[in-house]
Design a protein around this ligand. Structure first.
Ligand code: AHG
Ligand code: MN
Ligand code: MN
Length: 281
């Protein structure tokens, strides 16, 4: 496990360098989720693959940019990753990230044993969830990640990141978001789940929602590469992660690219979501 986490430190340095120097354009192909790929999506995927397949402890990898898994004849861990989350924000120079989940014996939520993410912002930061959630920052001079702090969520926050297309939100979802704003919550939404969820974690709490809606009943965010890893981080930081009703880590996966509605936050906000969503399905 430690060798996988250490490997993501090297991956972070390489992807960060690619973001700073490579072409920010698109390629002609789509990935398995039907997204138009950025050249950097493909480059980042190759960087992660190269590092992980070299590790004796890794048995299999699967990525948002791959149709199916790549397996080896050795190893114990399955690693699912989104090499470059928020790549549509690259051309406007907003923060993007890499998300990874480490699984054992399968890709259901209950199989995840550690997870983490890298934020490529003004600085490069790495957050790792094992028993606790720890944050590290890249020292650009020494190229080492230095421990910054342990992350713990408060019981109630002040910020709100409501994803999806408002036109298609279900009326009860719209009312819940309006009510939270009227309670005093402030909008914090960049369109990149890594910086948006990172901000909520570091500011003590709040709510990030990417709901099911009329245009996308199962939401947009992918269980293996985005949702389960962040659910694990939030739960280990003392927060909560649900699909409206159930704990996200209780969900099963049929297809690697399955999506789910998702809500991440602190105790108060997730209780509100549960009350609103109860009996709505
Ligand atoms: P990706 O760039 O890996 O395809 O994922 C982007 C995700 C996530 O970061 C963000 O929260 C969400 O897509 C934004 O979706 P909308 O375009 O619907 O706002
Ligand atoms: Mn993504
Ligand atoms: Mn991506």
């Amino acid at each position: 496990m430690t060798e996988i986490i250490d490997s993501f430190k090297k991956i972070a340095i390489e992807i960060s360098e690619a973001i700073k120097t490579k072409d920010t354009g698109k390629v002609e192909t789509q990935n398995s989720s039907g997204d138009i790929q950025a050249k950097l999506d493909v480059i980042s995927d190759e960087i992660v693959e190269k590092h992980l397949l070299n590790l004796p402890s890794v048995k299999e990898i699967i990525s948002e940019e791959k149709e199916s898994a790549v397996s080896k004849n050795e190893g114990k861990y399955l690693v699912a990753y989104d090499p470059l989350d928020g790549s549509s924000l690259i051309d406007v120079d907003l923060s993007v990230g890499t998300i990874f989940g480490i699984y054992e014996n399968g890709y259901n939520g209950e199989n995840i044993v550690a997870s983490g993410y890298i934020v490529y912002g003004p600085r490069v930061e790495l957050v790792v969830a094992r028993d606790i959630v720890e944050m590290f920052r890249l020292n650009e001079k020494t190229k080492e990640f230095e421990f910054v702090k342990e992350i713990n969520l408060d019981k109630k926050g002040k910020i709100l990141g409501p994803g999806g297309t408002q036109k298609y939100w279900y009326p009860y979802h719209k009312k819940m978001i309006d009510d939270l704003f009227m309670e005093g919550y402030r909008l914090r939404y960049s369109g990149g789940m890594v910086p948006d969820l990172h901000q909520i974690l570091l500011k003590g709490g709040g709510l990030f929602a990417y709901p099911g809606a009329e245009d996308k009943p199962k939401g947009k965010l992918r269980k293996l590469f985005e949702v389960f890893p962040f659910a694990y981080v939030y739960k280990k930081a003392g927060g909560f992660a649900i699909d409206g009703e159930n704990d996200l880590l209780e969900l099963e996966t049929k297809h690697p690219h399955d999506t789910t509605p998702c809500f991440f936050g602190s105790e108060y906000e997730i209780k509100r979501v549960k009350e609103v969503y109860k009996g709505q399905k």
